[in-house]
Design a protein around this ligand. Structure first.
Ligand code: AKG
Ligand code: FE2
Length: 318
C-alpha cells in the first residue's frame, strides 16, 4: 500500500469543482442554469465537488463533531448495546470497516446512526439528539436540493425520479469516523479505497486533512476550502444514471500527530425502492448496464462484505 502514497498528488482547493449553493437556491435563472451545468460537469468529470454558501451554520458542524467525540469517549459499557450488531441495525458503534470481518485493516472507530425516514439517536451525550436531528435535517435539505439540480442537469423529470426512488422517504445515515494518530501512516489507512452506496455523500472534517480521491487514475489529496462541505457521488447515482455519473473511489489517510474526525451523511433512495437506470437514459445506443435491485439488499451486501474498491456494483452490473 505504501506505493499508493508516492503517486498521491495534492489537489489544490482551486482545482476541485466548486458549487455555489446560494446560486442554485436564490440565483437568477441564468445563474442557476450555469450552476446546474457546473454541477453536471463536476458529477461527470470528478464525482466529487465542494459546496460553498450552503447556509449550514459553522456552530452546528462544530457541535456535531464535538457530540460524536463525546460519544466515542463514553465507557465501553455505555457503548456496548450498539457494538457488534447487524449491518441494518439503526445504531452501530465499531472499529475498522465492519468490525466483524476486517479487524486491523482500517485504523478507524465509527458510529453509524440511521436518521431518516425514522430518526434514531443515542441517549448520551444528552445534547446528541437535538444536535444530530438539526444536523441531519440541514444536510438532508442540502443533499436533496443538490439532487434536484442533478436531475435537472441530466435532463430527467424530477417528479418521476422522486417517485421511482421514493425520495420523500429517502434513507439517510449519519456516520462519524474517528482516526486516532498513527505513527506509520504510509502503510496503514484509516479507510481503504471504496465508493459510497447512496446517491450523494456530504462530508465535514475536523480541520485535519486526510481524504483522498481517485481522479483520472491518480490518487489525490483533498484540501477543502474553509467551511465548505465535500460531496461525492455514490453507487446509486451511477446505477440510476446508467453509468454516466460514476461513484468516486476514495480513501482516508492517517495522520501521525493528531486525531482526524469526519462526519459523513449518506443520502440514498428509500430502502425499499428498487433502483435501476432511469428509462430516459437508456436507449439503443446506450443500453442498460445495471439491473434493478432493492436498495436495502444492496446496502446489506455492501456493508456485510470486506470492502474491495467498487466491487459492490458488480452485484447489479449486467
Ligand atoms: O473520513 C473520510 O475522509 C472518509 C470517510 C468515508 O469515506 C466514509 O465514511 O464513507
Ligand atoms: Fe466513503
Amino acid at each position: 500500500m505504501a506505493s499508493f502514497i508516492s503517486h498521491t498528488e495534492l489537489v489544490a482547493e482551486e482545482i476541485i469543482p466548486t458549487i455555489d449553493f446560494g446560486l442554485l437556491l436564490n440565483g437568477t435563472p441564468d445563474e442557476r442554469s450555469d450552476m446546474v451545468q457546473a454541477l453536471a460537469k463536476a458529477c461527470e468529470d470528478w464525482g466529487f465537488f465542494m459546496v460553498v454558501n450552503h447556509g449550514m451554520p459553522d456552530q452546528l458542524r462544530d457541535e456535531m463533531l464535538e457530540a460524536f467525540k463525546t460519544l466515542f469517549d463514553l465507557s465501553n459499557d455505555e457503548k456496548r448495546p450498539y457494538v457488534g450488531g447487524h449491518v441494518l441495525d439503526p445504531i452501530r458503534i465499531g472499529t475498522g470497516f465492519n468490525s466483524k470481518i476486517d479487524i486491523g485493516k482500517c485504523w478507524r472507530h465509527y458510529a453509524k446512526i440511521f436518521v431518516h425516514p425514522e430518526f434514531h439517536s443515542v441517549p448520551k451525550p444528552l445534547n446528541f439528539r437535538n444536535i444530530s436531528q438539526e444536523y441531519s435535517k440541514c444536510t438532508r435539505a442540502i443533499g436533496l436540493e443538490l439532487l434536484k439540480a442533478i436531475w435537472e442537469g441530466l435532463g430527467i423529470d424530477e417528479s418521476r425520479v422522486k417517485e421511482a426512488l421514493k425520495l420523500d422517504s429517502c434513507f439517510q445515515i449519519l456516520v462519524a469516523n474517528l482516526y486516532p494518530p498513527y505513527p506509520n501512516s504510509g502503510t496503514t489507512f484509516g479507510f481503504l479505497p471504496h465508493s459510497d452506496h447512496g446517491l450523494v455523500t456530504l462530508l465535514y472534517q475536523n480541520g485535519v486533512d486526510g481524504l483522498q480521491i481517485k481522479h483520472k487514475d491518480r490518487w489525490m489529496y483533498v484540501k477543502p476550502a474553509p467551511n465548505s462541505i465535500l460531496v461525492n457521488t455514490g453507487d446509486h447515482l451511477e446505477i440510476l444514471s446508467n453509468g454516466k455519473y460514476k461513484s468516486v473511489l476514495h480513501r482516508a489517510e492517517l495522520n501521525s500527530e493528531v486525531a482526524r474526525m469526519s462526519v459523513v451523511t449518506v443520502i440514498g433512495p428509500a430502502l425499499d425502492a428498487i433502483v435501476e437506470p432511469i428509462p430516459d437514459l437508456v436507449n439503443e445506443a446506450s443500453p442498460a448496464v445495471f439491473r434493478g435491485m432493492k436498495y436495502r439488499d444492496y446496502l446489506e451486501q455492501q456493508q456485510s462484505n470486506s470492502l474491495v474498491e467498487k466491487g459492490a456494483l458488480n452485484l447489479v452490473r449486467l
